[in-house]
Design a protein. Structure first.
Length: 86
């Protein structure tokens, strides 16, 4: 599991990625899972917020990099590490 803590104006949020093929957004102060994103076929190894905190970038063992809009829950395939960047 990979964890990233992001400070916000009011609360602290944590993004996690896991072998269960999901990315989750957590409210650190309450321990509540606020959102769960699905879209991978293999272990999600990495997740990071962009500077504006409205987008997550994630990568998995399937070599796929996805962008996630935290406001709309939409995902966009950024690319495949094996076929596009090698």
């Amino acid at each position: 599991m990979y964890l990233k803590i992001i400070p916000s104006y009011i609360n602290y949020y944590l993004a996690s990625s896991s072998h269960d093929l999901t990315i989750k957004l957590w409210d650190v102060s309450t321990g509540e899972c606020l959102k769960t994103w699905r879209g991978y076929t293999d272990w999600v190894r990495s997740v990071i917020f962009t500077q504006n905190y409205h987008t997550l970038i994630s990568a998995s063992d399937s070599h796929t990099v996805l962008l996630w809009d935290t406001r709309t829950n939409q995902s966009h395939v950024l690319g495949n590490l094996e076929t596009e960047w090698m």
